[in-house]
Ligand binder design. Structure first.
Ligand code: HEM
Length: 229
């Protein structure tokens, strides 16, 4: 595979957006993982049904943290230019992050006992593995453009955890501001919005990723094919 002849694709995100994404990812990962660091099931933010459920949840969170934090590094042009580092970080992102996190997310979703969570998080967990596989397959074939598009979709799924936790309070605040929910019902409404937020998180992220891919990667491929040979 000769990556020297790989097409030059413009950066998907401006550097300042990449650094902001990294900052948000590190802060969010720390906040999300904090209650689980001491391995005390009593501090879990979600109800857990025994040691196995808790163990799977902790394994999911630990590995998801790896993926969430390593992912943005792959969008930094200077790191991408260092092929060896790009490959190392990519392997760690997939093998110590996405794959184990997706595999543990499936039983954790099924054990939640909530249909919206079961369907709404098993689908992106499968999508997480599928987009990773398509990204690896693309690069093995020397298709750099396809690889970047699939990895962008993959990180959009990783970032669902952050978006979901931003959307839920936003929706709740909107409902309170418009009078759709009374202040007294805010806590109960927030709890009922969590599964909806989990689904909205990955749907919104995939839409944003697709817009970026079509604008930047699609545009550059179109303009190259129009260029006189
Ligand atoms: C495709 C990506 C992901 C899927 C499918 C997924 C799936 C799940 C599922 C099924 C649960 C249990 C939810 C419940 O029972 O209500 C969960 C909880 C959790 N996940 Fe993920 N997750 C993903 C990404 C991430 C990422 C990137 C992080 C970042 C560290 C993360 C952190 C957590 C945390 C902290 C919890 C426990 C709930 C809480 O304390 O708020 N997840 N996840």
């Amino acid at each position: 595979m000769d990556l020297q002849v790989a097409p030059r694709v413009p950066a998907l995100l401006r550097p300042r957006w990449v650094w902001l994404m990294l900052l948000v990812a590190v802060a969010a990962a720390a906040l999300m993982a904090l209650p689980y660091v001491l391995l005390d099931a009593g501090s879990s933010r979600i109800a857990v049904d025994g040691g196995l459920h808790y163990g799977l949840l902790v394994a999911h969170i630990a590995t998801a943290t790896v993926a969430l934090v390593l992912g943005p590094l792959q969008f930094v042009p200077a790191i991408r230019a260092q092929r060896r580092w790009h490959r190392r970080i990519g392997r760690a992102y997939l093998l110590a992050g996405v794959l184990p996190s997706a595999l543990t997310a499936v039983p954790v979703a099924l054990l939640s006992g909530r249909l919206v969570t079961q369907v709404g998080l098993v689908v992106p967990a499968v999508g997480w593995v599928l987009t990773a596989w398509l990204a690896v397959r693309a690069i093995r074939r020397g298709d750099v453009v396809g690889h970047r598009a699939w990895m962008t979709r993959n990180y959009a799924l990783t970032f669902l955890a952050v978006t979901a936790r931003i959307l839920v309070p936003l929706v709740l605040l909107t409902m309170l501001a418009t009078g759709a929910v009374a202040r007294a019902d805010a806590a109960a409404t927030a709890a009922s919005l969590i599964p909806v937020g989990q689904v909205m998180g990955w749907v919104v992220n995939l839409v944003v990723a697709e817009v970026l891919i079509r604008r930047v990667i699609g545009g550059s491929v179109r303009s190259r094919s129009r260029r006189p040979r």
